[in-house]
Design a binder for this molecule. Sequence first.
Ligand SMILES: [Zn+2]
Length: 216
Amino acid sequence: MFFENCITSFLNLIYKQNCLICNCAKVDNFLCKTCLKDVHNLSSFAHRVYKNIPIYSAYIYSGSIKKLIQLLKFSHKKQASKVLSQLLFDYFKKLDLNKDFIIIYPNTYFIKSFSRGYNYMYLLALEFSKLTGFKVEKNLIKKIKYTKPQYLAKNRHKNIEGSFKINKKTAQKYKDKNILIIDDITTSGATLEEIINCCLDNNLNSLICLTISKTV
Ligand SMILES: [Zn+2]
């Protein structure tokens, strides 16, 4: 019994993950209760509509959501993708859409993924796919040119214009499917609008956009 207890304590010590944000030890699932509370929910109505396509955002880009996105993008904390996708899923369930979707996301230019060592949006899409059961399609839309990060661009629409390309063969395969475009943050909506235009130009008409966060 003593031996078993020792092993359990040892395993807890090894596998116990501290809070991703504040590093405290009182954690259930990557976050402590205090950090988990520091999220600001948005309503389950479309926050924007572009060419009849609804754009939903789950949380305000602040508090723990902002910290988790930054940890995932800039600090190589891949576990943040699990927490963020769970939070996105909690919101998605409230929308009560009752449909199957193909998940796509704004691909980063290959050099960016290469220098980071991973494509953070792909990780998010994969984790979200595990929760929803929806397929991720990473070959439908490609980023074909390097662009400044949107938050640094003077004109966000101009910066992103013409930077995505649809694979027409793949698009043909999905023309009768519902497509769910996910992204981490939306500010001006320029990236999502660009992707929506690419999809509509290729007869992908059943679209919904869902972002983890929205700046205010
Ligand atoms: Zn914490």
